[in-house]
Design a protein around this ligand. Sequence first.
Ligand code: NAP
Length: 288
Amino acid sequence: MAEAQVIDGNAVAARLRERVAAKVEQLTSAHGRRPGLATILVGDDPASEVYVRMKRNDSAEVGIESFHHEPGGDVSEQDLGELIGRLNADDRVDGILLQLPLPTHLDQAALVPLIEPGKDVDGLTPMNAGLLAQDQIGAMVPCTPAGVMELLDAADVELDGSRAVVIGRSILVGKPLVQLLLAANATVTHCHSHTRDLGAICREADVVVAAAGRPGLVTADMVSEGAVVIDVGTNRTDAGLVGDVDFEGVRAKARAITPVPGGVGPMTRAMLLVNTVAAAQANMAGGG
Ligand code: NAP
């Protein structure tokens, strides 16, 4: 069997950004203001600082206006809630991104639901998660699983009737991805740290998505010839940034595979822009 196609997330994301930039221009000339994304960074987690900076740069590149807030690492839950409330009411703000994780004195489960569902560009509010679970059109879908679906589409993967395995059940990645794959008519097996015989389950699959945060979890003996393998994992190791998949080993067996870096990561960033523009379009159509 020929070596796997390496799905280039940077190239797919670049095409998406071009489409977003065109849409931003169209919305701006039709409504007299640019789509706006508010970012909230609490605390001094270095990785979060980098992520927020990248998201703001990405926004600027496609013409989205950025409203950045750093309320301070000791901000109270009430004050942070009030900031979210002000952003909900601000017509210039189409999307609100509360960078996670929050410092431990703040309750993420209490704060995220305060974001207006229409501005919830991370798709993490219970309302959007519920809409997705009920197959309702208009749900704001979390960026990483939405990006995985775009990559599968770009690689021409036929999902209808396929057998898919998702490893990981976080509300950020695994759970919404299962909903999206089900909606695409895949038959989905959902695995987690208590799953027995992960290898045997993966070997039955046409599509394997690893989102566990465990380097080397998926090895060549666990995938069937011709499978499509998407690696969401992002693990910082002494050897640098690696995914959950033994890339070289699996590549020799799979039909298509995503690299780390350069696979799902750029798609997550691009989908935030897609969600922001979708939110802006809905907001502007409603007079905002
Ligand atoms: P998470 O909240 O820590 O969830 C990890 C999931 O993996 C859990 O459901 C856990 O099972 C499962 N798991 C852990 N070890 C396992 C094992 N040995 N076998 C099977 N399942 C196992 O992580 P997350 O936020 O979903 O992120 C997952 C990975 O994706 C991380 O590496 C993260 O950095 C990366 N990520 C990348 C992007 C991107 O843009 N590329 C975006 C988001 C996340 P239990 O539920 O039983 O504990």
